[in-house]
Design a protein around this ligand. Structure first.
Ligand code: AMP
Length: 282
């Protein structure tokens, strides 16, 4: 496995592989790998001839006062973990390589960027869409892999790839969880001992929703009320939102039918955590 710092070099590597008839898979990340990241890499490894992981803590997707400076970083550990699942290249540019002086073009995916997490983190999805559009151009892959844990991010990127005619397939990969149900996240390292226990409230509330849907409940208001009750029992956790919506436009649903996304966001100590489940409801 090789680490590449320059845009021109990684693009040439991918283009030459494709000219020789090989397919390329792209896994964009901000590093500090866990099993969720490795699962995306394994999927790419299984599907594609060449696997490129990008590791870039993108400053433009952090809003003012967020954790850009404190975001966990451990390049040597990441390098070993990526090599262990057969990644071919890590593209790890410096900020100046991605945003040279004079940079002034941004990608705005209107509508779905301004709701849910976008309402709480204004400008976040503009930063995500812009850097991912750049990565799609720098690493002209055949397939790109994103975690469904970030369901709104997947929706924003699928929309952007369709709207801007990027000739690649955007693939969503299921959320990888800790044995007790907590969705894996680089930000889980911020959690103290008690906070780590409290953080289970997100997956527990989603479990309550799953149970209600399995028992025939179809009212979004009833499911939201029950989920809210789970959070109310734990006042140390600050619930940001519970959303019951479709999985493409993220529009709120009142009746649960078809593909239904239930998403939650909450603050536990200094960590902002998100989780969701996708249901196929008859
Ligand atoms: P990040 O480094 O946090 O920006 O995440 C890089 C990619 O890994 C994104 O596509 C995330 O959605 C995905 N990812 C993060 N956590 C998980 C998880 N627990 N399960 C599956 N994918 C994940």
């Amino acid at each position: 496995m090789e680490v590449v710092k320059e845009k021109a070099r990684i693009r040439k590597i991918v283009q030459e592989a494709q000219a020789a008839g090989r397919t390329a898979g792209l896994v964009p990340t901000m590093g500090f790998f866990h099993e969720g990241h490795l699962e995306l890499m394994r999927r790419a490894r299984a599907d594609c001839d060449l696997v490129v992981v990008t590791l870039f803590v993108n400053p433009t997707q952090f809003t003012p006062g967020e954790d850009f400076e404190d975001y966990p970083r451990d390049f040597e550990r990441d390098r070993e973990m990526a090599a262990s699942v057969g990644v071919d290249y890590i593209f790890n540019p410096e900020v100046e390589e991605m945003y040279p002086e004079g940079f002034s073009t941004h990608v705005e995916v209107e509508g779905i960027s301004d709701i849910l997490c976008g309402a709480i983190r204004p400008g976040h999805f503009r930063g995500v869409a812009t850097v991912v559009a750049k990565l799609f151009n720098i690493v002209p892959a055949n397939k790109a892999y994103f975690g469904r844990k970030d369901a709104q991010q997947v929706a924003v990127i699928k929309r952007m790839a369709a709207d801007l005619d990027f000739p690649l397939e955007v693939i969503g990969v299921d959320t990888v969880r800790e044995p007790d149900g907590l969705a894996m996240s680089s930000r889980n390292t911020y959690l103290g001992e008690q906070e780590r226990l409290d953080a289970l409230v997100l997956s527990e509330a989603l479990g309550v929703a799953a149970g209600m849907i399995a028992s025939g409940e179809r009212s979004a208001a009833e499911v939201t009320k029950a989920m809210r009750g789970v959070f109310d029992a734990l006042p140390s956790v600050n619930l940001e939102y519970i959303a019951i919506c479709d999985n493409i436009y993220l529009r709120p649903l009142s009746e649960l039918h078809g593909e239904v996304l239930i998403a939650v966001a909450a603050r536990v100590g200094k960590a902002r955590l998100i989780d969701n489940m996708l249901f196929e409801v008859e």
